[in-house]
Design a protein around this ligand. Sequence first.
Ligand code: ZN
Length: 613
Amino acid sequence: MRPLLLLGSTILSVTLSSAVFAQAPATRPHNVVLFVADGLRFRIVDDHTAPTMAALAREGVSLRNSHALFPTFTTANASSMATGHMLGDTGDFSNTIFAGFEVPGAAKSQTPFLENDAILGDIDEHFSGNYLNEATILKLARDKGYSTASIGKIGPVLIFDPTERSGNQTIVVDDATGTPRGIPLSAEITERLTAADLALATPSRGANGVAGNMSMPGTLTANVLQQDYFAAVTTRVVLPMFKDRNKPFVLVFWSRDPDGSQHYQGDSLNSLVPGINGPTSLAAIRNADDNLARIRSALGELGLLDTTDIIATSDHGFSTISKESQTSSTIRTRFADTLPGHLPLGFVALDLAHALNLPVIDPDDGYKTLGEGQHTKLGNAFVGGDRRNPRIVVAVNGGSDLIYIPDGDKSVARQVVDALLTQDYVSGLFVDSKLGKFPGTLSLDDIALEGAAVTPHPAIAVNFRSFDTVCGEPVLCTVEVADTVLQQGQGMHGSFSRADTWNFMAMQGPDFKSQFVDPAPASNADLGRTIAQLMQLDVSDKGKLVGRVLSESLPNGALPTVTSRILTSDPAPNGLATVINMQMVGDTRYYDAAGFPGRTVGLSITALPSATQ
Ligand SMILES: [Zn+2]
């Protein structure tokens, strides 16, 4: 009998492998367009404000329980979409981080702003060639021989394939294209741009780039001209080229609007209303929507709509800026660029220096020691120590800041926590678990910021207070204290309020259900993971903080079991406790809001609204 059995199993295996082989051509993956409308709030999208996105959500999948990752900033969330990992793994903890070395492309600053191609190159080089320490979806896609492109806002665009700087594999077109600081254009794309009568350099933001100041309102213009160029490059050059190549492709389009316009808008100088709900912000939302409409039309004209999945998301939500505090030591000091009584840029560093009686050194201005009535150039600071050995580093970001304690001194951490617990602008503190437990705080591990990252690890993430102006829907009129040079009434994000974590998210295409509202929690890390599965990429993880494939949104996919939890710290001596509202699908964590009760919009201390209602 033995030989017969062997024969039988041989025949079986031949049959199986030929069946697999026969299926292979049919499993060619569809294309993916990932469209990111930077800073687009979930609840602002409707048929009036953003008709293309509203239609995408209605006809495809609406991910209404969506989540940006905290800190709710651009490069952090880009790193998450690009890798499918949370920030504890990618090490892109915020837009401005402490790099731990003098970054050449940042004029030797150790607190670089990551929305810069030269700086991303320096940081990659310093951290073994890839600061993210995980492969990105565009890298894995080109490894498969697929076409890849990333177009739009500088910073996040390159983060989708930071190690490919030649321009010959992934097409990168961002603000720096055509300048010595940009990623070069390949000969092929240069030829096609020229044939299409398009410039070889990206136009500036023009009037959209006017930030204003304490007496002059910022911009009243959306980023139309610059994004018209990006949209033209995408629809007239890149998509036709990808069609000619007849291979699967992944294209990322990152629209700076509405983010850039909501930050700088001059609709509301020094007033909380209309804040980021004025005409300039609405024009910016429409501008992003128009870009998506053009990309969708081009896919249709090229006959690619039936074979292309469109995923639209935003990196984070948005809020209006408050610069008010009763407790900060800075509000009694006059600063040349700050309204009297308002918080200046860099107030966290100044308050810590005041509380701990330490000098402030400016890492962005030649490591000069600060004088009276001054703040540092960009708000970032070394507090105590010296250029080589700072005691405390403050990396300024906006609706939250990061604090680093490079020597890991627990008594310094204790002093910083004590000082911050006295400030009315703080709402929630998250401390590196290596530094110990502090009443009133939760750990960075509790918010998925402790993982396999290779960049320096923050000691403390400081979330700022938020409230609303009572418009009937708090997340649409949230105001947050922000560490920024911008004015009260302009726009910011980065906080742990639901207004900043609730990003727009929708998907439509051959791989997705139609007319489906997904009630399960989803995050930007999940999008990276989902794209990797759709494109059949060979993912190998270093860290464990991974998102999940949004399988319930795929045909025949079942809804996962969702649980929700409230984490509460021990109270500090003054009664403050950090609280987190979270949801879970298996081991995957989603953070709705966090902070001190009463100081964060969307934070509940009792029951969470059920995720599946
Ligand atoms: Zn922004």
